[in-house]
Design a protein around this ligand. Structure first.
Ligand code: SAH
Ligand code: SF4
Length: 340
């Protein structure tokens, strides 16, 4: 929602200040899907808004809902015709999480990620980022479903490469006069970019941080995640050490399990050693994720192997859980987003 434009229209129409508050409340709190629903403002003003401004900065191209109804993926067409995707997930009954995109595509090209394989188009503006939340709030409101509780920046793109817009978007999400989310209900995921974690902690000490690690060996990580060549495991270790000097918040380590590539007990040992070498390992929590099929030749590790890997980590004082994958059938799961 372009608030500056909204304010401008109100000024041009000599409207009192409280009209702005009424309109903002209707859009951000009551999650109306159109101006015509805002019955607290005069009819001619509603009509004026409808003619001159859109609530969302994109058109909804399509929405796919999974058979179990626990996930939905929206393909959203931006004003410049680029498309992005945004996903709604229900990890538990009556709980909704939105997985939002921060870029159209991603320049980092991880081998296992459909977004990365599709290349990079452009950064999203902060408005395009937060409008994904407005959109899903409207969707839940229309269906009379419970409100949105969590937001994860785990859709398309690398948030730390679009920091200024991501920062503004988080500021708006936690603004009590706008979206009014608690910082702790927001998580940002990164592969590790120079200066990224430091800036993140300085601005948002209460927002959750997730690191997409996937490999605890530099050679392997560079092979499958080219960003590691510029910023490797040693750099990430230093960032986390610095993070824990300033904060005692838990950090999530994402680890996709690829059959025969990073799922042996030797790999588990390497990961435990790496994480223990950071210090404060009790503040780290490993999420073991099964690989979601994309175009690559990877295969997901078997349940048994994932379980064995988890047990090894637990025995070596590393917290670990297996994360269930939602949305695979609508290609709305992690790493499957392509914007097509
Ligand atoms: N670029 C950031 C934010 C996107 S998050 C990052 O990578 O952290 C997307 C998450 O999905 C990351 O943890 C990523 O590693 C994971 N992912 C990518 N491809 C995947 C796949 N095919 N199966 C499962 N997870 C995948
Ligand atoms: Fe980009 Fe993250 Fe996908 Fe890697 S996993 S290509 S960093 S979106």
């Amino acid at each position: 929602m372009n608030l500056e434009k909204l304010e401008k229209i109100l000024k041009e129409n000599n409207q009192p200040q409280f009209r702005l508050e009424q309109t903002k409340k209707a859009i951000f709190e009551d999650s109306v899907s159109s101006f015509s629903e805002i019955t607290t403002i005069p009819l001619d003003l509603r009509k004026r808004f409808e003619k001159e401004i859109d609530i969302l900065s994109f058109e909804v191209e399509k929405i796919l809902v999974s058979n179990d109804k626990r996930s939905a993926k929206a393909l959203l067409r931006l004003k410049d015709n680029n498309c992005m995707e945004s996903v709604l997930l229900s990890p538990r009954p009556n709980t909704w999480t939105v997985c939002i995109s921060s870029q159209v595509g991603c320049p980092l090209g991880c081998e296992f990620c459909a977004t990365g394989k599709g290349g990079f188009k452009r950064n999203l503006t902060s408005e395009e980022i937060t409008d994904q939340i407005l959109f899903w709030r409207q969707y839940l409101n229309r269906k009379k479903f419970p409100a949105l509780s969590n937001i994860v920046y785990m859709g398309m793109g690398e948030p730390m490469l679009n920091w200024e817009n991501v920062k503004k978007s988080v500021e708006d999400l936690i603004d009590i006069k706008l979206f009014n989310f608690g910082s702790r209900s927001i998580s940002i995921s990164t592969v590790g970019i120079k200066g990224g974690i430091e800036k993140f902690l300085a601005e948002f000490p209460q927002v959750n941080l997730a690191i997409s690690l996937h490999f605890a060996d530099n050679e392997m990580r560079s092979k499958y995640m080219p960003a590691n060549k510029a910023y490797d495991l040693e750099n990430i270790k230093k960032d986390l050490q610095e993070y824990f000097r300033k904060s005692k918040r838990k950090v999530f380590i994402e680890y996709i399990m690829f059959d025969g590539i990073n799922d042996s007990l030797g790999d588990a040992k390497g990961l435990a050693e790496y994480l223990n070498s950071i210090g404060n390992a009790y503040l780290l929590h490993v999420n073991l994720i099964s690989y979601n099929k994309t175009s690559g030749e990877f295969i997901s590790s078997s349940k048994n192997k994932i379980e064995r890997f988890k047990n090894f980590l637990l025995q070596n004082r590393i917290n670990a859980t297996i994360r269930k994958s939602l949305g695979t059938e609508i290609a709305g799961a992690c790493g499957q987003l392509t914007g097509k």
